[in-house]
Structure formats: C-alpha cells, structure tokens
Write a protein that binds this ligand. Structure first.
Ligand code: NAD
Length: 293
C-alpha cells in the first residue's frame, strides 16, 4: 500500500530543486516551487524551460509534453502556498541550521498526513526528522545532479520512518523513472561517503602541488576512466556543498581522514563556489573554462 501523491512542493529552487521540479512535472505531478529568493524561483523555472527545450531538440520529449509539464509548475511566493502538498521535498542549501528552520516553519502549515523529504547530501535524516512534528512521515530522497539525467536516487530512512512513508517515497521515485538504492542513515550515505573523500583528496593533490587542475582532471579521466575530472565534478556539485559534506563526514565519523582540504575552505571563503557562481577550480566566464590554478 502507498499513499497518494498528486501535488509536490519543493523548497529551494537551485540546481537540485529545479531539477526535481523538472522530473516531477514531466511525470504528471503538480509542482509548487519555493525559494527564499524570488529571483531563484524565476531562474529555476527558466532553467527547467531551457532544459526541457533541449530534450525536445534531441527528440527525447515531445513539445506538447513540454508545454503540459511547464504548465504544472507554479511558483510559490511563500511557504504557506505549499499547504495543500502531499509531499514536500526540501532542497535548500546544505546547512543544518537552514534546514531546521525550514522544517520548523513548514510543518505546521502542512496537512498532518503530508510527507516531508529532504534531498540532503549528508546530514542525518534521524536528526532532521526529530526536529519535525512527523518523524514517521519524514525520509531522505537523495537525487543526483543533474536530476533529469542521473538515474539514481538514494532512499534513506530515519530511525522512525514508517513503512508507509518508505513505500510511498519508493513509488514516487519509481514513477519518475529513477532507480533506487537504499542507504542506511550514516553521514553522507553511500554515494557521497565514497565520492567526496575522493574529491577532497584531489583538492589535496592540487594543494600539495602534485599536479595542476588540468593534470589532475586529465589523469583521472584518462587514467581511471572517469567521465569528468574530480575538480570539474567538484565545481559541478558546488564547492560549498562539497565542504559541507566533508564537514558532516569529519564531525559525524570523528576521523581525521575526512578533514576538509584548506584549499577547498579558501575557495568557498572567496565565494568561488564552482559552476553556479561562475568560478571555482575553473573560470566559467571563459569559453572553454580556464583552470584557476
Ligand atoms: N549539487 C549537487 O550535486 C547535489 C546533489 C545531491 C543533493 N544535493 C543537495 O541538494 C540541496 C541543494 O543543493 P543545490 O546544489 O541545489 O544548491 P544551490 O546552491 O544550487 O541551491 C540552494 C537553494 O536554496 C535556497 N535557500 C537557501 N535558504 C533557503 C530557505 N531558508 N528557504 C528556501 N530556500 C532557501 C537558495 O536561495 C538556493 O536557491 C543541498 O542539500 C545539497 O546537499 C546537491
């Protein structure tokens, strides 16, 4: 048995929130997209429209379907607009304080039966759930970036997540034509527990002068058959998100092997957050992007 999901609320209209809105609308759900910054909602909807147009040009989508899907996405000017959602997916900045504040404001607005999910890359689902009025109906639904392209979604139960919540979340994710992997609730789950230490090590390799940005990325692309280099991937994820995940691993597992590289800290402090900021390990204001080190 699974619960009925018709309307999906999304909190955070950045890279991930707009991607989740994209695939949910294409699968036939009504979507309400909220962000603390109204410009991000506008930019998110423009990104979705552009990405769907690309899917039409590459004949992966019919134009009629694109128009219908876009018509299912409504901007939400306030959290209150999410009151009638059956499922709300939080995809705001990877910062526990921000996420806790969102849940504290959001939960009293929602129907008591509504499910709440977080797209966090690393933060404890159990801890986030315990801050809400519905730990039984709270779950981690961890999409990968870019959402329309990546097949995998990690499902992560908190200690109190009910079977009905899990089964409903699973049915929802499967309806988006994604493949599920189930991860236990430990820092960074499966994908980022393995991926982020590799990226952090690549940044140490740069920091210690073992290789340049270009040398490191070329080495891993051609020497390990990775589709993109680890520094390019870090830029793609967002360096603020990478740093937050390393901090969660470092603090959550209390092991010095997860110590975030000081160079990663420096880039984040500079606001060089990667592709979304126009500059990270590469400068995206140039075409093709130029390494910054
Ligand atoms: N980038 C990735 O590769 C990736 C992959 C999987 C999961 N995630 C997770 O998804 C979440 C979002 O990441 P992203 O890459 O989309 O980041 P992003 O920086 O592109 O977007 C974050 C958005 O959250 C908004 N925001 C901040 N505070 C808010 C608040 N109080 N209320 C509403 N909106 C708020 C920001 O305005 C911004 O638009 C994070 O938890 C991240 O760990 C990221």
């Amino acid at each position: 048995m699974t619960g009925k999901i018709e309307t999906v609320g999304i909190v955070g209209a950045g890279q991930m929130g707009s991607g989740i809105a994209h695939v949910s609308a294409l699968a036939g759900y009504r979507v309400k997209l909220y962000d603390i910054s109204p410009e991000r909602i506008e930019a998110g909807i423009a990104t979705i429209s552009g990405n769907m147009a690309r899917q039409v040009s590459s004949e992966k989508l019919e134009d009629k379907e694109r128009q219908k899907a876009l018509g299912r996405i409504a901007p939400a000017n306030a959290l209150e607009d999410l009151a009638d959602c059956d499922l709300v997916i939080e995809a705001a900045t990877e910062d526990e304080t921000i996420k806790r504040k969102i849940f504290a404001q959001l939960c009293p607005i929602l129907n008591p039966e509504a499910l709440v999910a977080t797209n966090t890359s690393s933060i404890s689902i159990t801890r986030l759930a315990s801050q809400t009025d519905r730990a039984e109906r709270f779950i981690g639904i961890h999409f990968m970036n870019p959402v329309p392209v990546m097949k995998l979604v990690e499902l992560v139960r908190g200690i109190a997540t009910e079977d009905l919540t899990f089964d409903t979340a699973r049915a929802f994710v499967e309806s988006l034509d994604k493949t599920i992997t189930v991860a236990e609730d430990f820092p960074a789950f499966i994908v980022n527990r393995i991926l982020l230490p590799m990226i952090n090590e690549a940044i140490y390799t740069l920091y210690e002068g073992v290789g340049s940005v270009e040398a490191i990325d070329t080495a891993m692309k051609l020497g390990a058959n990775h589709p993109m280099g680890p520094l390019q991937l870090a830029d793609f994820i967002g360096l603020d998100t990478c740093l937050s995940i390393m901090q969660v691993l470092y603090e959550g597992l209390a092991d010095s092997k997860y110590r975030p590289c000081p160079l990663l800290v420096k880039y984040v402090e500079a606001g060089w957050l990667g592709r979304k900021a126009g500059r990270g390990f590469y400068d995206y204001r140039e075409d093709p992007p130029v390494p910054t080190r």
